[in-house]
Design a protein around this ligand. Structure first.
Ligand SMILES: Nc1ncnc2c1ncn2[C@@H]1O[C@H](COP(=O)(O)OP(=O)(O)O)[C@@H](O)[C@H]1O
Ligand SMILES: [Mg+2]
Length: 266
């Protein structure tokens, strides 16, 4: 059967969700052929979930809304990292609870955080500047708590993959996607966030620089350690993005160069 011909019954009975991509077809096949997911329905909105490499779906499993994260083949280690990070962090921090690690299918099941993706909120022209500033303070608080809570006597643990897309705004900020969590320096997370804020559309506006300033200042105020070489780290994080976004290479290079030379907090 062609991918286009597969229809998935929506739990709300509001119509059929048509499967159009290979990822969606594979997910549909996995769910329908696995005994474990016989009571699992794909919600119509799952196509809206943008994900980089894994297949992430909003599903109803045994009558409950869940996020099903199906890791790409060869990403078992990332699944283990995400599962253990969620297990450690979710009771004290705003991170989803992972109910189950299904190693047979390479799937993590977690609770669904209802809210808006932070990347969409920050970059929506309808979001006023003062609201974005307020969000920066919340985001800095989230990072301060994460770093404090995962810190050991001799090392820090960072969330990794610090980009706007990996946060959800509800009544507070929630972090998702912890597969790249690792030992590292807090400045790597903070710089990653700044580079994401600056380089998502609209790119490098003066408002975006202001937001980074608020974010960094608020983080530094809430923690007992310093951020070393933040400008250098932001420049590096921007250059790293070139591999994913070659079409804006020149813009990224120019701004990385300026930030390295003159600093971010202009
Ligand atoms: N528990 C969750 N609740 C609500 N939305 C989620 C949840 N987990 C992930 N998402 C959404 O799905 C997207 C992709 O999930 P993510 O774990 O980031 O996958 P990837 O590793 O492929 O980037 C996220 O950017 C977020 O918008
Ligand atoms: Mg992600």
């Amino acid at each position: 059967m062609d991918a286009e011909e597969i229809g998935v019954k929506d739990i709300d009975d509001r119509g059929m969700t048509t499967i159009t991509t290979k990822k969606q077809k594979d997910l549909y096949n996995m769910i329908t052929t696995s005994k474990k997911y016989k009571n699992c329905y794909l919600k119509h909105s799952y196509r809206a979930i943008k994900s980089k490499k894994n297949t992430v779906a909003y599903v109803i499993l045994d009558g409950k809304p869940r996020i099903l994260k199906w890791f790409a083949p060869g990403f078992t280690r990332q699944m283990e990292t995400e599962y253990s990070t969620l297990k450690k962090g979710s009771s004290a921090l705003n991170m989803p609870i992972s109910y189950e690690k299904d190693s047979d299918n390479n799937v993590l099941l977690m609770n669904y955080v209802m809210g808006e993706n932070l990347c969409d909120v920050i970059n929506d022209e309808k979001t006023v500047f003062s609201e974005n500033q307020r969000i920066m303070v919340l985001l800095a608080g989230w990072f301060a708590r994460f770093h404090r809570s995962f810190k050991t006597a001799d090392q820090f643990h960072i969330r990794g993959d610090s980009v706007l897309r990996n946060f959800i705004l509800a009544d507070c900020i929630w972090g998702v996607d912890f597969e790249e969590s690792r030992v590292g320096k807090p400045v790597e997370d903070i710089a990653g966030m700044c580079s994401s804020i600056l380089s998502t559309d609209p790119m490098f506006t003066s408002e975006k620089f202001q937001l980074c300033k608020t974010f960094i200042a608020s983080y530094v105020e809430s923690v007992k350690w310093n951020l070393e070489n933040i400008n250098e780290e932001v420049a590096y994080a921007l250059l790293e993005k070139i591999q994913w976004r070659p079409e804006v290479e020149e813009t990224l290079r120019n701004h990385a160069h300026k930030i390295r030379k003159h600093g971010l907090l202009r």
